[in-house]
Design a protein. Structure first.
Ligand code: HEC
Length: 221
C-alpha cells in the first residue's frame, strides 16, 4: 500500500540523488522523462495519503456520532419536564410520562402486571404525588438505584422548581432517603407500589388522589 512514509522515502531518495556525488552514475541513468514520472507519482501518493487521512477523520467522526447517539437515548430533565400531574396517564396510584408513546405503553404494562426482573425504559418518569418523581436513566448514571434519579419538587401555580435531585435525595416529611425505602423493591426495578417490600408511606389511596387533584399547576388552562 502507498503511505505517507513511502512518499517521504521517495522525496529523501530524490534529494540524496541530487546531493550525493557518489550517486552520480545512478543519476545519469535517470532521464528527464523518468524524473517527471517520479514527480507525478509523488503527487499521486500525496493526494492518496490526504484521501486516506480524510477517510480516517470521517471514520472517527462517524464513531463519535454513534457514541453520542447512544448517550442521546438518555433523558435530560429540567423543570419544564414536569407539569400538571393530572395530564399524565395513571395505573392505580402512579402517573406516567415518556416522550416515546411505545415506551410509555411498555412502562404502563410493566407496572400494571408487576413484572419482576424487568427494567423500565430509559426516559420513563413516575410520580405518585406532585412534589416527588423518579426518572429512569441508563444504569451507569446512577448505579446504586439502577439508573433511577429521585426528585424532590416544589410545585406552585408558576410551575415546578427542582428542590433536590440525584440518588441521595431525602424525603423531608418522612425523614428518610428515597432510596432507603425503594431499595427493597430492587426486583421490581425500585418501584414500590404495594407488596414489593417497601416501608409504607402515611398516605392512603384516597389521600394520594387528593394530593394529585390539588396540583396547583393544573389550574391555568
Ligand atoms: C417511607 C418509605 C418511602 C420513602 C422515604 C419514599 N418513598 Fe416513594 N414510595 C413508597 C411506597 C410504599 C410507594 C408506593 C405507594 C403506593 O403506590 O401506594 C412509593 C411510591 C413512589 C412512586 C411511584 C412509583 C412506585 O415506586 O410505586 C414514586 C415516583 C416515588 N415513590 C418517589 C419517591 C421519591 C422521589 C422519594 C424521595 C423524595 C420517595 N419516593 C421516598 C415509599 C417511600
Amino acid at each position: 500500500m502507498f503511505s505517507p512514509r513511502m512518499t517521504w522515502l521517495g522525496l529523501v531518495a530524490m534529494l540524496m540523488l541530487k546531493m550525493n556525488p557518489r550517486a552520480l552514475p545512478l543519476r545519469r541513468v535517470i532521464t528527464k522523462e523518468g524524473v517527471r514520472h517520479m514527480r507525478q507519482l509523488i503527487a499521486l501518493l500525496c493526494r492518496l495519503s490526504v484521501c486516506v487521512c480524510k477517510r480516517s477523520v470521517l471514520a472517527a467522526g462517524l464513531g463519535f456520532c454513534m457514541v453520542a447517539s447512544v448517550s442521546a437515548e438518555d433523558i435530560a430533565v429540567s423543570e419544564q419536564t414536569f407539569g400538571c400531574i393530572l395530564d399524565w396517564p395513571k395505573v392505580r396510584n402512579t402517573r406516567f410520562k415518556h416522550s416515546d408513546p411505545e415506551k410509555l405503553k411498555e412502562a404502563l404494562r410493566i407496572f400494571r402486571d408487576s413484572v419482576p426482573d424487568k427494567e423500565y425504559p430509559v426516559g420513563t418518569i413516575l410520580q405518585l404525588v406532585p412534589f416527588e418523581a423518579m426518572v429512569k436513566h441508563p444504569h451507569e448514571k446512577f448505579p446504586k438505584s439502577n439508573g433511577w434519579e429521585f426528585f424532590a419538587l416544589e410545585v406552585s401555580e408558576a410551575g415546578t422548581k427542582i428542590r433536590d435531585r440525584g440518588d441521595n435525595v431525602v424525603n423531608l416529611s418522612l425523614g428518610a432517603p428515597c432510596l432507603s425505602c425503594h431499595q427493597p423493591a430492587a426486583k421490581f426495578d425500585f418501584v414500590c407500589e404495594k407488596g414489593h417490600g417497601c416501608a409504607p408511606i402515611p398516605f392512603d389511596d384516597q389521600k394520594i388522589a387528593e394530593l394529585q387533584r390539588a396540583d396547583s399547576r393544573c389550574g391555568k388552562k
